[in-house]
Design a protein around this ligand. Structure first.
Ligand code: ATP
Ligand code: MG
Length: 386
């Protein structure tokens, strides 16, 4: 087994569904994998429906797998030993991979049909030798506690491994266009961005602040969230816009129960301008039906009414605890719960309208110079490269 090299096998998910576009999806996927491994010495090979990471320092294996596990399109991955396709070598690797005790089963896949033994024969021979050398092991072909996989490849090598680890699934980022995520410092919007990136969308970020009512720490928090999301969605850009003057005007001139509704319409208008400017094809929000007063179907109707771009709300059917579970899994939760003021909480009315009528909203909005306020905010945008 002296010649055994550690490699990582990567299997991909839905790419095979894409028929003629497969080549394109694989190219994007390759770029994303390479990007995730930036700074680590390695070689990436594509072999019959899978990828193989090879030629890395053995002690980098964990770090490589942790990065790979965040790349969308990765269905599963395995740390494997790559040896010469020779029964002695294969056995030595199988012994290294096999459990110390309990039930097991050997499962062989033989791509090289010229290999002098069939899959069944390999299973029997390797399994038999493992059993005879370790009395703590037992074979169970139906419900084994552990598996030893052997993959005899066509190039004279064999891959031996014991475990499939689950990848992030989804589609390679970049294969489903580009969207603009309205990102607050809360729990929901980062999860919404993650969900869209998972379906292959490139995500850019837009954050509204009410400086000086909100502080620099609130902005730093969003920058941090954007960076965490960037691990999944690749490099990204954050645009920030001030809605301070808008909130002051609404507060001064309009019915208090419509504060949130009106502010949200301004956010959507500004977001659409930003999106068109940087060629984002849709807006994305973290809204979930009924979660708060403004997230009713009436609230959604009122904000959709001021834009023509599609607004994607990937969390619309999620419960809060489901969203929290994902945010913990993707690593945004700890940052999201830091207690800094979001602009929405600044002029919050005691009783926001739950089912605002569009005619009433439009009537109240006439008290404001909508176009001038939107213009003012768009003129002062700040762009931050994450
Ligand atoms: P989140 O947890 O994402 O903050 P939320 O439950 O607090 O959401 P709202 O405050 O009603 O809900 O916001 C709904 C959505 O509007 C957010 O998910 C986000 O997409 C967008 N949004 C709210 N506040 C901001 C902000 N300051 N900047 C950018 N987008 C925002
Ligand atoms: Mg919020």
């Amino acid at each position: 087994m002296d010649g055994a090299e550690k490699v990582i096998i990567i299997r991909y998910a839905e790419i095979h569904l894409k028929g003629k576009n497969r080549g394109y999806f694989e190219r994007v996927f390759t770029v994303n994998l390479e990007r995730s491994l930036k700074g680590i010495r390695h070689e990436l090979h594509r072999t019959s429906g899978r990828y193989l990471v090879a030629k890395f320092e053995p002690d980098m294996a964990e770090e490589i797998m942790s990065r790979i596990s965040r790349v969308f399109g990765v269905h599963s991955y395995s740390l494997a030993l790559c040896v010469a396709a020779d029964m002695g070598e294969i056995y030595a690797a199988a012994k290294a991979v096999a459990p110390a005790c309990g039930t097991f089963k050997v499962e062989t896949h033989r791509a090289d049909k010229k290999f002098p033994r069939t899959s069944m024969e390999i299973n029997a021979e390797i399994g038999g030798r493992l059993l005879s050398e370790n009395k703590m092991l037992k074979v169970d072909v139906h419900e084994p506690q552990s598996l030893v996989y052997i993959d005899v490849r066509e190039n004279g090598t064999a891959l031996v491994f014991g475990k499939f680890s689950e990848g992030s699934g989804g589609m390679p980022v970049g294969t489903s266009g580009k969207g603009l995520l309205l990102i607050s410092g809360g729990i929901d919007s980062p999860v919404a961005g993650y969900m869209m990136a998972k379906r292959g969308m490139n995500v850019e970020y837009l954050h509204f602040h009410s400086y000086p009512y909100t502080n620099e720490q609130a902005k730093d928090k969003v920058i941090e969230l954007g960076k965490i999301l960037g691990r999944y969605s690749g490099t990204a850009k954050l645009v920030t816009a001030s809605v301070t003057h808008i909130q002051e005007e609404i507060h001064k001139k309009c019915a208090a129960e419509l504060n949130v509704t009106l502010l949200r319409r301004f956010m959507f208008r500004i977001a659409e301008r930003v999106a068109r400017r940087q060629k984002d094809q849709c807006l994305i929000t973290g809204e979930s039906l009924g979660q708060v007063a403004s997230q009713t179907i009436e609230g959604i109707t009122s904000s959709n009414a001021v834009v023509t771009l599609p607004v994607l709300r990937p969390l619309i059917g999620f419960d809060k605890n489901e969203i929290i579970t994902i945010s913990k899994k993707i690593g945004t939760y700890e940052t999201s719960v830091l207690p800094f003021e979001d602009c929405c909480t600044v002029f919050l009315p005691d009783f926001p309208a739950i089912k605002p009528k569009l005619s009433f909203i439009e009537e109240e909005e006439k008290k404001l110079d909508v176009e001038a306020l939107v213009e003012e905010s768009v003129r002062a945008l700040e762009v931050i490269d994450l």
